[in-house]
Write a protein that binds this ligand. Sequence first.
Ligand SMILES: NC(=O)c1ccc[n+]([C@@H]2O[C@H](COP(=O)([O-])OP(=O)(O)OC[C@H]3O[C@@H](n4cnc5c(N)ncnc54)[C@H](OP(=O)(O)O)[C@@H]3O)[C@@H](O)[C@H]2O)c1
Length: 326
Amino acid sequence: MRYLSIGTDQKATKISRIGLGTWQFGSREWGYGQSYAEHGARDIVRRALELGVTLFDTAEIYGFGRSERILGEAIGEDRESVFLATKILPVLPLAPVVEQRAVASANRLGDRRIDLYQVHQPNPVIRDGTIMRGMRALQRVGLVGEAGVSNYSLDRWRAAEAALGSRVLSNQVRYSLVARSPERDLIPFAQAHDHVVIAYSPLAQGLLSGRYTADSRPANRLRATSPLFLPDNLERAGELISTLREVADAHAITPAQAALAWAIRSPAVVAIPGASSVEQLERNVAAADVDLTDVEYGALAAASDRFRPVTGPAAFRGVVRARLRR
Ligand SMILES: NC(=O)c1ccc[n+]([C@@H]2O[C@H](COP(=O)([O-])OP(=O)(O)OC[C@H]3O[C@@H](n4cnc5c(N)ncnc54)[C@H](OP(=O)(O)O)[C@@H]3O)[C@@H](O)[C@H]2O)c1
């Protein structure tokens, strides 16, 4: 495992370049079932700990608190070695509400400290002054270590930092070979200012594994109705998947591992892939140690540039058709 070091008040913290995303834990939309929620998820966390993963990401909304509970129980006694991140959905971002919700998350996690408390998405109406007042109070009493945001533009990330009056360490955003907008400004900013971009959906929810095609689409509701997994788009992704396979073959790894190695190339980026099995987790962790050459990196970026998914009204019609079929 490779790590990114951040200096904190108390200690130098090591964040694993590959972490574990846990939206899948206890969430109906992924459809992994009861046995995954009760046993599989725990096994994934335990193996991640053995392999040196320190970054674990959850949110109060995942499985309506189940993900936090499952994760907290699975980490158990190993709490000291992890960097635990959760998120608040800022529906009513008033300082007392933020404080109360952080306490509720910490209770579900079975802990007295949240290492990274992230605002899940920008509230479209209320600016960040009030939520950051709550965040500041939580940091003062030691319940929260670092503040973070998610799905924020650069301007809003900086405004949140100004409102907090100290570092908003990270911005968790969608980043992968099929979602590259963070390269425009978020990643350069993070690199220049010792901040962190946390890449979510780094495997494009499994698309970049190459396992899904127009004839073999994922069954679960979340992906069956996602524009990216429409048959047209799976076909269009064919060239990108072929390039991933070529790069993967040269390193004796899988396309998913090549996609993760690509995503964490910038030293300011860490990725939090989810996993449906221990084997996937093991492969994802191993991707942290893969070094792509400049030529391979460039070939993947070029194939990604050529991938033009169907979007807009045409994709909308496809999604409606997919929903009606279910
Ligand atoms: N902040 C936000 O708004 C936000 C939004 C989305 C996600 N997130 C966070 O980011 C995490 C990851 O994102 P995500 O779950 O959306 O997408 P992802 O990590 O890109 O994809 C995860 C899925 O890919 C497949 N997979 C994982 N490892 C694989 C491997 N080695 N080989 C082949 N397939 C593999 C698995 O699905 P199958 O095996 O079923 O194919 C798995 O459930 C989430 O768990 C969550 O913590 C945050």
